[in-house]
Design a protein around this ligand. Structure first.
Ligand code: 3EB
Length: 305
């Protein structure tokens, strides 16, 4: 069954939903009364909604997790408070997510997005991004112990004070893909916090086509940030990382299906070169998980097996 993603204005959502194949809708304005499955309070985005579509879907809830599934893909979302802290929030969100995936029979995480406020702020002497990593890992311990694979991921700042997570999962495992230019994030040395981040640089899924979910990607070589303070150089370095991940994915005739660019306030991305430039694009304004990073880019690429 095909998996489709696109960025659409609000007035098209009703007719999209009428098609019966919508897995999830994510809004980035954060306004009340929106038609989204999940609303992330974030600047930028031009009022567009991220819409995931699959086959004929059925939807429901498990605890606080909303889901829709089509027999092959499951889209899940959950928003929790970051009180008393972001570590507890990440633990709660991931624990409830995994419970929902188990209940519905889609145990394999493929792609996870997570957004929370104050990502570079200290919380009890540890940066909130680093606390998030501890909560995520605590919740994923059993999953990893069973040999299941870390998903591709994005972890980015947002406004408000919630912890917002959405994910795609499948009945079958995906293939983790790493970037030869970068140390796997789950092997980062302790310089970046007591718990390395549990994500993989990309996940490949062989379904009706091959799908390559590329994680949030920044100007990191090895495990170190490059070009601190220079947005243009970070942009170019990020593109080199994206190229390397795309090559590692091994898709035949790859077509970039969607791109999201995250930039700190005040930044505007230059036009994306090919093969990224033709894809639908969503530009969002947000903090990145290392204080010196100014830009992060994620993508979905579809190709032949
Ligand atoms: C990096 O490469 C940049 O913690 O889930 C990118 C994508 C980043 C996902 C995560 C973090 C995450 O380390 C930060």
């Amino acid at each position: 069954m095909p998996l489709l993603v696109g960025y659409y204005p609000k007035d098209t959502l009703e007719s999209l939903r009428a098609g019966g194949d919508v897995l999830g809708v994510v809004g980035f304005g954060g306004g009340a009364q929106t038609a989204a499955t999940l609303d992330v309070p974030m600047a930028g985005g031009d009022g567009l909604y991220e819409v995931w579509r699959g086959g004929r879907t059925s939807a429901g809830r498990v605890g606080r997790v909303s889901y829709a599934e089509d027999g092959e893909w499951l889209f899940a979302s959950v928003a929790v408070t970051t009180q008393p802290g972001v570590e507890e929030a990440a633990f709660a969100a991931y624990t409830e997510l995994l419970a929902a995936l188990a209940a519905r029979g889609y145990p394999h995480l493929i792609r996870v997005w997570q957004y929370f406020s104050g990502i570079n702020d200290e919380e009890e002497n540890l940066e909130r991004y680093r606390r998030f990593n501890r909560g995520r890992h605590a919740a994923l311990k059993g999953y990893l112990a069973r040999g299941l694979r870390r998903p591709a991921a994005t972890a980015i700042g947002c406004a408000g004070d919630g912890f917002y997570l959405y994910a795609l999962a499948r009945r079958q495992a995906g293939m983790p893909i790493e970037n030869p230019r970068q140390v796997p994030a789950f092997r980062y040395p302790p310089d970046y916090g007591p718990q390395p981040p549990d994500f993989t640089r990309a996940m490949r899924v062989n379904g009706d086509k091959a799908y390559l979910f590329i994680s949030g990607t920044a100007a990191i070589i090895g495990h170190e940030s490059h070009h601190a303070g220079n947005a243009a150089a970070q942009f170019d370095e990020t593109l080199r990382n994206l190229e390397a991940i795309l090559a590692a994915g091994g898709l035949t005739a790859p077509r970039v299906a969607a791109v999201k660019v995250y930039m700190r306030p005040g930044g505007r991305p230059p036009p994306l070169p090919q093969p990224w430039g033709d894809a639908p694009l969503l530009v969002l304004t947000s903090a990145i998980c290392r204080a010196e990073l100014l830009i992060e880019i994620e993508a979905l690429v579809v190709g032949g097996i």
